[in-house]
Ligand binder design. Structure first.
Ligand SMILES: *Cc1c(COP(=O)(O)O)cnc(C)c1O
Length: 368
């Protein structure tokens, strides 16, 4: 095992980057310039703050990669600052990855549907072919078709494999041993991206611990879910430093609004993190209670096991349940248009009060 890992190098990851982008340095933004300036006249900014600027200092362009925030996130994720990029939500991270690794009309993106829609959207925008290797449903879980994925990468020009763990919308996490196996077998052939948007709700170990071992492995995290900052748009890409350097060069010049970066840093302090952990524990309790209630109801076909903050549920008549919830003012995600989910709804776990309303609305005449 150790002999093998010694032969895995960042050059294998760089070899997968679009050849036309190798050496591309991106936009030389004013904030990339360093030096001991006292009078900053290089970015055509206003010298004065706006009267509307309650934050202060917004007359200046923000840091492209806020130093303190990067350091803190690196510390929390157990990596070096150079192995991490902060993005405008993980949506931007997904977009940067597709741009970096896929030549239009040539290099494919592999997904395992049903899955998060942004992978296909970003592939479409880059004109990258989409290869779909569906998850295999069993009683209360979905499994990765590992052989199907390996076969597709071996026979088609797949450059990026997007896997979601815990997965949206199915809810289950991928065991670390399985991630390790895939990352090993696909090393040098494709970049494996593990999207861990819901990791904080899961008891499965994070793939962050594998990043040093596998230069072609990328992990996505976000502050949008467990950290309660969806509106601040903060995502994190963790990978080999060479891959991160490529992504940073492709990024928008100033992707992160200064107030959002400040709030993100504040959210990574110990006391706030503790609150997130407590909130997650409550969400998990609420999730399991709602799952148990649903499993006992007539008209409920299947409640998938969930490692996330939502439940994927199949009903005899999903449309009627959707309407009934809507009559009570409760909006859940209608999954019926998604292939294989024609009878399913995805229900996010809300506050205890909100969840009680869901219990109430569903209890009226069960779900039959
Ligand atoms: C919600 C979600 C995200 C988060 O995206 P942001 O752009 O960070 O808000 C990423 N991946 C998956 C699978 C998600 O469900």
């Amino acid at each position: 095992m150790s002999d093998l890992s010694a032969t895995r190098s960042s050059a294998d990851a760089l070899a997968l980057v679009r050849a036309d982008l190798v050496g591309f340095a991106g936009y030389a933004s004013a904030r990339r310039a360093t030096g001991n300036g006292r009078v900053w006249l290089n970015a055509n900014e206003s010298a004065d703050e706006s009267p509307a600027d309650t934050v202060g200092g917004l007359n200046r362009y923000p840091e492209p990669q806020p130093l303190e925030l990067c350091r803190r996130l690196a510390e929390l994720h157990g990596v070096d600052s150079a192995q991490l990029a902060v993005t405008r939500g993980s949506d931007e991270g997904i977009d940067l990855l597709v741009r970096a690794f896929c030549r239009a009309r040539q290099d494919a993106v592999l997904v395992a549907p049903p899955t998060f829609g942004m992978y296909a959207v970003c592939a479409r925008l880059q004109e990258a072919p989409l290869v779909e290797i569906p998850l295999l449903p069993s009683a209360q879980t979905w499994q990765l078709d590992t052989d199907g994925i390996l076969d597709a990468v071996a026979t088609r020009a797949v450059r990026l494999v997007f896997l979601c763990s815990p997965a949206n919308p199915t809810g289950q996490a991928i065991a670390l041993a399985q991630v390790r196996e895939l990352a090993g077998k696909l090393h040098g052939k494709a970049i494996v991206v593990i999207d861990e948007a819901y990791a904080e709700y899961s008891s499965t170990d994070s793939a962050l611990s594998l990043v040093n071992e596998f230069p072609c492995l990328v992990v996505l995290r976000t502050l949008s879910k467990a950290h309660a900052l969806a509106g601040a748009r903060i995502g994190v890409v963790v990978a080999n430093a060479a891959v991160i350097s490529v992504l940073r060069n492709l990024s928008a010049p100033y992707p992160l609004a200064a107030p959002c970066a400040q709030i993100a840093l504040a959210a990574m302090q110990d006391d706030v993190l503790l609150r997130s952990v407590q909130r997650c524990a409550e969400t998990i309790r609420e999730r399991d209670a709602l799952a148990a209630t649903l499993r006992g109801m007539d008209g409920v076909r299947c409640v998938y096991r969930s490692d996330a903050n939502f439940l994927l549920v199949r009903f005899d008549d999903a449309g009627a349940v959707f309407e009934r919830l809507l009559d009570s003012g409760i909006v859940v995600r209608d999954m019926r248009a998604i292939p294989g989910l024609g009878d399913a709804l995805r229900i996010s776990i809300g506050s205890p009060t909100e969840n009680a309303l869901v219990h109430q609305a569903l209890a009226v005449g069960a779900c039959a």
